[in-house]
Design a protein around this ligand. Sequence first.
Ligand SMILES: Nc1ncnc2c1ncn2[C@@H]1O[C@H](COP(=O)(O)OP(=O)(O)OP(=O)(O)O)[C@@H](O)[C@H]1O
Length: 910
Amino acid sequence: MEDKLLALVKENTINKTYTKNNATELGHHLNLSRNWISQHLNEFYSNETFIKINTRPVIFLDRKTLEQEYRIQLSANLFSSYQDLMLELKRNEKKDFQKLIGHCESLQDLVDKCKASISYPPIGLPTLLHGPTGSGKSFIVYLMYEYGVNNHHIEKDAKFIHVNCSEYANNPELLSANLFGYKKGAFTGAESDNIGLIKAAEGGVLFLDEVHCLKPECQEKLFLFMDNGYYRMLGDNENLYHSDVRLIFATTEDPQKVLLKTLYRRIPIRLLVPSIAERGINEKAQLIIHCLDSEAHKMKREIKITNIAYSILLNATYNGNVGELKNTIQATCMNALYHHRHEDNELQIHTLDLPETIISNSKIEQSVSLIDRQQILSIQDLEERVLSKTLQNSLIDDLLQNMMKLQNNQISMNVFLQNNITDIENYYNHLLFNQNANDNMRDGLILNMMKKIIEMIGIKYGLDFKSNEILALSMLVKDFSKHSLAIIDSFETHRQESIDFSKIIEKKYMREYSIASEMAQNIHVSLDLELNIFQIAILTLSMVIYHSEREINKRIGVILAHGYATASSIANAANQLLDAYIFDAIDMPIDTSTEVIIEKLNEYLNKHGDYQDLVLLVDMGSLEEIHQGIAHKTSANIAIANNVSTKQAVYIGDGLRNDIPLSKLFDECMKENINHYKIIEKTEKEKIILCSCATGIGTAEKLKSILEDSLPKALPVKVVTYDYSTLLEYKLENDFFNNYEVICIVGTLNPKIENIKFIPVEELIMNNSFEILTVYFKDMINENDMELFRRNILKNFSLSNIIGNLTILNPDKLLEHVADAIDKLQSEMNTIFSYNACFGLYVHICCLIERLVTHEGEEEYQKTADECTDDMQEFIKHIKTSFSKVEKYYSVNIPIEEMEYINIYIKNIQ
Ligand SMILES: Nc1ncnc2c1ncn2[C@@H]1O[C@H](COP(=O)(O)OP(=O)(O)OP(=O)(O)O)[C@@H](O)[C@H]1O
């Protein structure tokens, strides 16, 4: 009975039939005594489930429903009247421009001008809004009117009239007649007098939308009216009429091209409404949240969304701007409702609910870490994510957090480096999107100076900075200069972490770091802005992002020569001629001894992070002596050559750049009679785990990242991905079997490489193969790390985590569907697959469905069933029957090539 009472009061609150919530009516409805009802209503009031309005009769309302509806936390439980309650409920209600997302950010300037224009005495100023479709022009015009009313510039009862001129495109005379009014009989059909919209909107706002559809004659009449406020009605040539109306225009076209000059000139306020893309990611996020919130409100349900679905929405392009975004979210909520992913009070949005165009164009990889994908977020969670801090502060916080995670062994070095890059990329996205068009003088100066500095550095190191890179780096420095105090503050608060961070970055990206330092010196001199080492590290990471494709770290050259700048000038000339940063230089005073040379060289090599091949070009000295002295890495090949010259450096640099092996390169050098050389081959091969998946390199990359997450930080083992078909074709002849010691191959299907252990993913899932990995690692890591490793493998390689990480689809649903289909396939084929086969198939087919959903690689499927053998045709039938539900649910068709593959897989593994 209590539950029924609760439900009824709630229902009446939802339906706003508040007056029914009195003891007598409720008792009547529930067939219970008034006393019983009254007693329980008061109990619910005491425990704050209900609020009470002390009218006669006393009314009770469901507190939570009201709070959700009005998005407010009620500060009291008892109200003396409805008015009091309403005042409290509307306490947080937004007024006019407060409803416009971006009113304090990208649209601030525009809003200020709109306010000024509508309140300009006596009847405002004619205003034109132009901008792409869906950008919010109509909405802004209405808010101008609301602002006018709220601030008493416009009378409460004055009208807002919206005329869409495009609706009259085929009948311009009618538009003119409707605007200026007409007398009875003025034209066929004019059966009575019509005062016209200009008069009807007197004192208020007449909004002429799509004004470019207005014919020139009508534009002419309008500007004559705008001159003095007088006009003629159709059918009345004797009288002049007057109206005090505010005219506001909007168009998606370039107004200068579509409006008569005379009209254009009479509109003093012309404002451009930016597209969604120009307004920055932060506002895009706010718009998404706003739309989700208003859908939640309409559906009277709390909306939740998976991280990945939200990310896809955030990264999608909306050519139709806010209007399109709004429609997208409405369609998404409708799909979620249709997919029944909701409980009474909640609606969950998953990736599959998004419109297909959005999913297929999504670039989610970069934006969501694998681990966070399935996280379910409430609107409040999303609101908290919207940036309230300065961008740079959030970036610094993110980077320092990565540092702490690394120090606490929560992430591996690879993940740490990758996270930093992702954070910097996100930061640049925000920065570029949120850039303010109104650069002040100082900003302009920074941009110019940075251009010069970057060009100079580019020439010196043979680096070709693209214009967007120059812009990005300039924006970074601009941001540095704007928030310098906050940055210094943060640096001082987290001094040790900041220093540790910078040291790691310097070691890992030594070359980029040295360029960044040189840039910082120039910035200091030219802009009087001193960057600390943490900022230099950020600059370094920016260089890494923009020059990662050059892999400038892997094969390096060092020129070592006596003389004030001999080595530098050879290196500079060679880098410039090669148009790449290949050589570093170490300049030596003329009388430097070989020992000092070696010392300098070792200092350089120590500082240097990863490299595979090192070429030392020296001007004199014994090659043997230098070789003996240098503390070189046993995992790298080193070549030392004598009598360095620019010609030789260019020749060798070119070879390094084009991946010519050192022995071949120097052999050819000898033929050219260029120099004497010595090569020291590496003695120790780097250990790697190879990830190669028959399902494609994308799967291998994801697997790699899960493995890296699991490996202990201290372990000197790298995870490398490799294309499965190349692996299969060339087997041991693949180059990296020479360069690396391959501990094992992890993947979805065994490539059967002699003497190399293969660990199928499903075995890791079933925790069968952990021992294989530990055999290799036991001498490299201590027991604690080994235990951590075991736990990570257990955690990260659970079936649902693997599927969750490998696909963007909801893993639980996907697994359920695929498992059902595989069960059916077994009964169709009258056979039972082993556990291993089943797990392998789960992983493989889940990845396949994802590829089909996202249309990845679909152009490669061409085969038809007719081209297959009888056996295969039989198998195709089984697959079609067993997977019919899966195909329907995800709207995909499993291609014949993939069926053949599944067939081979089953045969191989059984
Ligand atoms: N900044 C904003 N904050 C909140 N809602 C917005 C914002 N901008 C636009 N909207 C909403 O987006 C939808 C589309 O906006 P609107 O119709 O005003 O665009 P428009 O520029 O007039 O488009 P068109 O030129 O195609 O007529 C509207 O429902 C509007 O309420």
